[in-house]
Design a protein around this ligand. Structure first.
Ligand code: SF4
Length: 168
């Protein structure tokens, strides 16, 4: 697919509609579409896109938008960043991120939120986001645009971030 579009792009100026045909189920199809469509868009090839998954069409649109946002070709709303986790992790980061992703779906504010799982590398990263959390054991520090705002308990991290988003 990538090679075919590269070849046709050399031969014509007509607008090109990018898509990975029969990409498959959500997990594999999302990755294939991101690689196929994303590679070409990053090279400046492509005018419209289509993501096709063996899933709800709403998911296809979400994946397509995310590909565009990742390349800064569409405005990002909420950007959720989390650390990859490691042995230093001190909170249930997967659970926190899952809740945030669900509750912030559809919020149309350009806010970068970073949630980091420990006090070693957390503060630096958290202070670079609009809203940041550097978690420790049972407690976390909330940052707003690099400033320390307050300490929050682990079970208040999600609600605290949601309040900050509301105020933003
Ligand atoms: S922020 Fe802490 S817990 Fe997360 S990956 Fe980095 S060192 Fe590990």
């Amino acid at each position: 697919m990538i090679e075919a579009y590269r070849l046709i792009a050399q031969r014509t100026d007509v607008p090109l509609h990018l898509g990975v045909t029969e990409a498959g189920t959500t997990k594999v199809g999302t990755i294939k579409s991101a690689v196929g469509i994303g590679t070409l868009l990053a090279e400046g090839i492509g005018d419209t896109i289509r993501v096709s998954l063996t899933d709800d069409p709403v998911k296809e649109v979400e994946v397509g938008k995310e590909i565009l946002r990742s390349l800064s070709l569409a405005a990002r709303n909420i950007e959720l960043i989390a650390c990859p986790t490691c042995g230093r992790l001190e909170v249930d980061l997967f659970g926190i991120m899952k809740q945030l992703e669900e509750k912030l779906q559809g919020v149309k504010k350009p806010i970068k939120i970073a949630v980091l799982g420990c006090v070693v590398n957390g503060p630096g990263e958290a202070s670079e986001a609009d809203i940041g959390i550097a978690a420790g054991k049972g407690v976390a520090i909330l940052y707003r645009k690099g400033q320390i705002i307050k300490k929050v308990k682990e079970d208040e991290i999600v609600s605290t971030i949601l309040e900050e988003v509301e105020k933003f």
